[in-house]
Design a protein. Structure first.
Lengths: 730, 187, 423
């Protein structure tokens, strides 16, 4: 792209050809007022607030829709510009209720801010104001459409970013109203972003309604904890209470967006029944006790069971949003105490890949690149419900590139698929193998003899060939495996196929993992096959073995296997039958109290410091935003003290930072080593019954989300994306 | 587009006669096949005509599903264009122009006469559901002002006698169709 | 001379039939093209020479507009006719569609040929059922004679023409709103640039002209640009249809030479109704500022003359107002119309049209205040030039026009709470 030279308010600037005046001004920190313009959305130029004065043009022009040209001289504050801006401000205010004192947007309203500078003190409008009937569009978003200034950002968001048109502008002229079809509830998994986009108080967060004024809030940066992206957020709180969670801009991860799950999960912290004291069950009755008593009991029971079984009969299960520090300490403690039974993968059937592959699991390329892929192949990936923001990126790429899917279910996509295969659930690997066979036929010199032999006899059709060809043709292409693959009995085979296909077709590949910290948990060593940073370990028991075969003693760290694991029923029975179960948990409700013997209150999300490592391998540390209630303590501290009580040495950490630094050093010393697979895994024949029928629902993935009230009231909470009825078993 | 996973093209077919569906399909053919929205306006007009001059939620939704477009896309159109009625109206909607030229030539008298004859006000429907009076903006017949449109026909240079004639013609049609349906009912 | 261009079949029995049209030389221009006697360059040259200016309102030179179409760009291009005819006072396109549909069809085919476009849409306003039927029948006739369809008259040129109906929205007359409407959306104008010639229907290059503009083309090519130019005056070529309505004895459409004195047009229309005095004229549709009788009686009917007097020839809709007309009432009707028809997209128009309409209606009700008139003028000025499409200007200009020439009637009404003329 060429450059042009322009001048704004006397400042000489260089700008890309084709960029709009407002973009150039924004980059130079020259503020031009605007309502409809948003850098992530198409230009609507409908508010007319951004009028500026361009030399030699008779009339003021909208900065958001006027492209720069060589030699352009722009004045944003001349009398001509100000007159135009003031006029628009006056128009916008005539039908806007001046109810700032009771409006949730008060204090952070773009209209309010600007009206201070532009609005005339005495309104010359003396006619009646427009009133718009309010609409109920679901539990997440509160509407007050009388305040709407018709900037249509919300409409464009749905249409352009999400690809699902839920909002529209109905009626015409002054009767135009923004809303859904009759009062349909908004359903998309990223719907609440319109709250941030709305420049006025027309769309606000329902769960935060009337809770606080913007200026009373304090904000703490943090990391969202419900998918493997690790979206950057701000936690807004007042006097220790979280009022809301909003996105913190990070172009390479979440851009300016946030999934509804990440935004509203915080509610679970107060809506779930919090465990405020350590508790011990005596004669079937729960009794509060002090930390010392509880921890002593846990230490002695652990020693007893581990000692008696040579480590075999005790195990630790880590939950989906356990921090890396917690996982690291838990595995170190357990291994030092004499057991290797630790795992976080309570939804994995196939562990044959353990010990191979990379230290962490995830993507081998930056997430941002998804935006510009020429070809993206999804395998068992339901992006909209697993990593909602990833779906938005893939959607962007489909503006010019192709998206393809081999999903054994009737997926919901917000982008067009060029190719879609829907194998039976137990034939996923077989179907996928056909694509590799096709790729091999197209590029016969790429595969080694073993792989070729493996592929021998596998037939492919035109569709498989087209998929392979698209991957080959794409200058940038990738293969993304989803959560469904991880839960599949042929996970390792599919994994091998993906990596191999990626190498044959020169594509990137990625494993979109479950939970927010699969990479962190693995690097921390919370797996039975390797210790921290890929260090050696004797093989311990996998989550599947622990939950289906039963142990005498369990430690659960922010984990509810009776809901979360694939073997929920067996897990529940085995936990009930165990001699001793200690749960480190934030909640006193659910079924944990039925089977635990000791419950230790730990800090929940945003109440503890920690680190999540996202699917691309980014380490993101955060501090606690608010204090945990009652006697609850950060999980890492509890584990540290417990290690002391177990008389283990080397647990003198004073802060979570020390913990993570120790792990970081170890990891940096070895790097993300990959243990290559020499021979392909066997192509197992899988019985239909053994395959996945149901993934965890969008709002079921971890203890916090399950307790978040507003999310649970959305339509997405009840209609699960991959339910039995939708999985192909044809 | 896979944006919407509707497979409910059948629904509209259950609500409309095959003729009406054929009419909609005729409109669809005028536009490039990969474009789904262009026939929305025409489809809504056909549907409205076959549903006693007004649209219902069910019909709008069925149109959206038949054309495979978002519900809101249809709703936006239905609320934007003034020829669509989202509330029940009479079988014969009498649209009287009251823009400049017609006003200069006595549109107010036309409206008054109609109101008196039908005993309703502008915007209302007679109790028997036969007539609605509505005022509209200029219909491009100012040379024949004052004018009105009813049942797709323009009536220009209106006088009280002409208006009476129009009303009695409609009444005759109504009577006829009643008798027809009586006959059918007897069969 | 009258009825020489678009209305040249009007004297015949069934003027809309293909035979009637052919009998006056219809389709001879297309045949010339097929015979290789007219090529792209000569057509553009003739049109430029003819000084045909867009009949939809803006008066943009048609030949120039056609030359902007990227005819050699690969891919689909569209020819669109604007038969929305929504500007109050205008009723000429309806008569072209009803009485001489083939001339429009031939004009559009020629446009398709010039622009390398194979598909055309004729967008008619939603209420045009009768013209629609005529157009459908005419298209069928033209197809039968191979003027439309594939390999037209043996040429390597195909052209398909579709009639499209709107559903009641004045704004769909604005060319980009019309394009949105063809695409099945609300008629909300697009921001320009890009102009339709680059980004039109379905994002493809599109030429939009008014019905009368297209229908003038076959006659121009038949008789030559020079002939057409001479019918009118320099820079204002040809004849033009004037729709005369309001207080005249013989309202109707009159196709007369550009530059004809208004006096003569008024006479053609039978003079002021009932022999009353002429008070004022709205010379180019309701968006053109009103002009008092004394100014009007000295003007000729062409773009330049009316423009110099501070109004517009617009669509050629001449609304005649007699001495008993209350200007506040007319202003109120006008303001209400633009308020009703604003698409609602951009703030100044959405909010400003309602404001103006409410104030004028309040004055009309006898609740006017002294400061209202300055405020009206200011609000109109604040809309002007600050909107996405020209509807904002169309709403503001007449209000300012009424205030400029008839402010005393408004002041009288505010003060006495009754009309100055009606009592
Ligand atoms: C609000 C508005 C309404 C318009 N309505 C019409 C119309 O009804 N018919 C028409 O031909 N042009 C109308 N126009 C003008 C068109 O935008 C466009 O300029 C015209 O169709 C171009 O054709 P022409 O060059 O042949 O005049 C309107 C413009 C505006 C701003
Ligand atoms: S609701 Fe908000 S975002 Fe949507 S148009 Fe209104 S002001 Fe804009
Ligand atoms: S920001 Fe430019 S018009 Fe709204």
């Amino acid at each position: 792209m060429g450059k042009v030279h322009i001048e704004i308010d006397g400042q000489k600037l260089e700008a890309e050809v084709g960029s709009m005046i407002i973009e150039v001004a924004d980059k130079a920190d020259i503020y031009i007022p605007r309502f409809c313009y948003h850098k992530k959305l198409s230009v609507a130029a409908n508010c007319r607030m951004c009028m500026v004065d361009v030399a030699n043009l008779p009339k003021a022009v909208p900065a958001c829709a006027t492209p720069v040209a060589e030699g352009m001289v722009i004045d944003t504050r001349s009398q001509k510009a100000i007159n135009a801006q003031k006029a628009v401000m006056e128009f916008l205010l005539i039908n806007h209720p001046l109810d700032c004192p009771v409006c949730d947007q008060g204090g952070e309203c773009e209209l309010q801010d600007l009206s201070v500078g532009y609005g005339d003190d005495v309104s010359r409008f003396t006619e009646g104001k427009r009133v718009v009937k309010d609409k109920d569009i679901g539990p997440l978003i509160a509407t007050d459409m009388t305040r709407c200034i018709h900037c249509t950002r919300c409409v464009r968001f749905g249409q352009e970013i999400v690809g699902i048109r839920e909002f529209g502008a109905t009626g015409r002229g002054e009767h135009m109203e923004i809303g859904t079809y009759i009062e349909e509830t908004v359903e998309s998994e990223v719907s609440a972003n319109i709250i941030d986009l709305c420049p006025v108080g027309a769309l606000t967060a329902k769960p935060s309604q009337f809770k606080a004024r913007a200026w009373e809030l304090r904000q703490a940066p943090s990391i969202a904890a419900h998918d493997c992206l690790g979206s950057n957020i701000f936690v807004h709180h007042r006097r220790g209470e979280i009022i809301r969670v909003v996105p913190r801009e990070n172009e390479s991860i979440n851009e300016v967006w946030l999934s509804d799950r990440d935004r509203f999960s915080y509610q679970g912290l107060t809506e779930g029944a919090r465990l405020l004291n350590p508790r011990i069950k005596r004669n079937g009755e729960w009794e509060d006790c002090d930390w010392q008593t509880a921890l002593n009991l846990v230490a002695s029971e652990m020693k007893r069971i581990i000692g008696a079984s040579n480590g075999n009969d005790f195990g630790i299960l880590m939950g989906n949003n356990a921090t890396t520090e917690e996982s690291y300490l838990a595995q170190r403690m357990l291994r030092k105490a004499g057991s290797n039974n630790i795992d976080f993968r309570t939804r994995r059937r196939d562990y044959t890949g353990d010990g191979r592959g990379s230290v962490r699991s995830g993507m081998n390329f930056p997430m941002e690149n998804l935006d510009t892929m020429d070809a993206t192949l999804l395998i068992g990936a339901d992006l909209r419900h697993e990593q909602p923001l990833t779906a938005l990126r893939v959607r962007k790429s489909t503006g010019y590139g192709k998206a393809m899917a081999i999903n054994p279910f009737d997926g919901e996509y917000n982008f067009r698929l060029s190719n879609e295969l829907q194998p039976k659930s137990n034939m996923l690997a077989q179907e996928f193998a056909c694509v590799l066979a096709a790729a091999d036929a197209l590029r016969p010199e790429s595969l080694n003899a073993e792989a070729k032999e493996w592929l021998d006899g596998i037939e492919f059709n035109d569709e498989h060939k087209e998929i392979a060809q698209n991957l080959i043709d794409g200058e940038a292409s990738c293969i993304l495996m989803g959560v469904y693959v991880q839960e599949h009995p042929q996970a390792e085979t599919i994994n091998w196929l993906a990596e191999t296909l990626a190498s044959v077709t020169d594509s990137d590949w990625g494993y979109m993992t479950q939970g927010c910290n699969a990479a962190g948990n693995k690097i921390a060593g919370a797996v039975p096959c390797q210790s921290a940073a890929g260090g050696k370990s004797e093989q311990g028991k996998t989550a599947k073995e622990m939950l289906t075969e039963g142990l005498k003693g369990y430690m659960l760290v922010n984990c509810e296997p009776d809901v979360e694991s694939i073997w929920a029923e067996q897990a529940l029975q085995n936990l009930k039958d165990a001699e001793f179960v200690v749960a480190l948990t934030s909640f006193a409700d659910g079924r944990v109290p039925d089977y635990a013997n000791v419950m230790l209150p730990i800090a929940g999300c945003y109440e503890t410091s920690g680190t999540y490592i996202n699917v691309e391998g980014k380490w993101q540390s955060f501090a606690a935003a608010v204090k945990a209630p009652g006697e609850a303590r950060p999980g890492w501290k509890v584990l540290r003290v417990l290690a002391n009580l177990l008389d283990l040495s080397g647990f003198e950490y004073e802060s979570s930072l020390q913990v993570i630094n120790e792990l970081r050093e170890k990891f940096d010393a070895v790097g993300d080593v990959r243990v290559a697979r020499k021979v392909p895994p066997p192509m197992m024949v899988v019985n239909e019954q053994e395959t996945n029928r149901e993934c965890l629902g969008l709002y079921m993935v971890d203890p916090l989300v399950r307790r978040a009230g507003a999310l649970q009231k959305t339509p997405k909470a009840s209609t699960h994306p991959i339910s039995i009825s939708r999985v192909k078993t044809r | 587009m896979t944006d919407f996973n509707y497979d409910q093209t059948l629904h509209l077919k259950n609500l409309l006669s095959p003729d009406a569906i054929a009419e909609i399909d005729g409109w669809i053919k005028k536009y490039p096949p990969e474009r789904k929205r262009p026939p929305i306006i025409a489809a809504l007009k056909v549907v409205q005509e076959h549903n006693g001059n007004y649209l219902t939620e069910e019909l709008m939704q069925a149109v959206a599903e038949y054309l495979d477009v978002p519900h809101i896309a249809v709703y936006e159109v239905a609320t934007f264009y003034s020829m669509f009625h989202l509330n029940e109206v009479g079988k014969h909607v009498i649209s009287v122009c009251n823009n400049i030229s017609c006003s200069l030539r006595g549109a107010d008298k036309v409206i008054e006469h109609l109101q008196n004859r039908l005993n309703i006000k502008v915007g209302e429907t007679t109790d028997d559901g036969v007539y609605t009076i509505k005022t509209v903006e200029c219909m491009a017949a100012c040379g024949g002002a004052p004018m009105l449109e009813v049942d797709k026909v323009y009536h220009e240079n209106l006088t009280e006698e002409k208006i009476d004639q129009i009303l009695s013609d409609i009444a005759a049609v109504e009577l006829n169709s009643k008798e027809m349906s009586n006959v059918e009912a007897k069969d | 001379m009258a009825n020489e261009v678009c209305f040249r079949t009007l004297h015949l029995d069934t003027p809309w039939s293909i035979d009637a049209y052919e009998s006056v030389g219809g389709y001879s221009s297309l045949k010339k093209i097929a015979a290789g006697e007219l090529c792209y360059d000569t057509i553009i040259d003739e049109l430029k020479l003819s000084a045909l200016r867009g009949r939809g309102g803006a008066g943009f030179p048609t030949g120039l507009k056609w030359s902007f179409m990227p005819r050699n760009m690969p891919g689909q291009k569209y020819v669109v006719c604007n038969s929305d005819e929504g500007e109050p006072g205008t009723f000429k396109d309806r008569d072209i569609l009803r009485y001489n549909p083939h001339q429009l069809i031939e004009g559009m085919i020629i446009a398709g040929y010039v622009m390398n476009a194979t598909v055309g849409y004729n967008y008619m306003r939603g209420e045009f059922y009768e013209p629609f039927a005529r157009m459908e029948a005419a298209i069928a006739e033209a197809k039968e004679r191979n003027y439309l369809g594939d390999n037209i008259l043996g040429m390597d040129f195909n052209f398909e023409l579709h009639n499209h109906l709107g559903a009641g929205a004045y704004i769909c007359g604005e060319e980009t709103a019309l394009i949105e409407s063809i695409e099945g959306k609300k008629g909300q104008p697009r921001f320009k640039p890009p102009f339709p010639a680059n980004y039109g229907v379905f994002g493809r290059p599109t030429n939009v002209n008014n019905t009368e503009s297209y229908a003038s083309v076959p006659a121009i090519l038949q008789h030559g640009g020079q002939w057409f130019l001479k019918l009118g005056k320099p820079n204002n070529g040809g004849t033009k249809i004037f729709s005369v309505s309001g207080h005249v004895n013989n309202p109707g459409n009159f196709e007369i030479n550009m530059g004809t004195p208004f006096k003569d047009l008024l006479e053609l229309a039978g003079g002021v109704l009932g022999g009353k005095q002429l008070k004022a004229v709205i010379p180019g549709g309701s968006s053109s500022p009103v002009l008092p009788a004394d100014i009007m009686m000295d003007l000729t009917m062409d773009y330049d003359s009316i423009g110099k007097a501070g109004s517009m020839l617009g669509s050629g809709a001449v609304m005649v107002l007699d001495e008993n007309t209350c200007m506040v009432e007319v202003a109120a009707i006008t303001a209400h119309f633009y308020y009703e028809e604003s698409c609602g997209q951009c703030s100044p128009c959405r909010e400003g049209t309602g404001w103006m309409s409410r104030v004028i209606h309040r004055i009309l009700k006898g609740d006017g205040r002294a400061e209202d008139l300055d405020n009206l003028d200011r609000v109109a000025g604040n809309i002007m030039g600050r909107t996405i499409c020209a509807l904002g200007d169309a709403a503001a200009m007449p209000v300012q026009g009424f205030l400029k020439h008839f402010r005393h009637e408004f002041e009288y009404m505010i003060e006495h709470k009754r009309s100055m003329v009606k009592g």
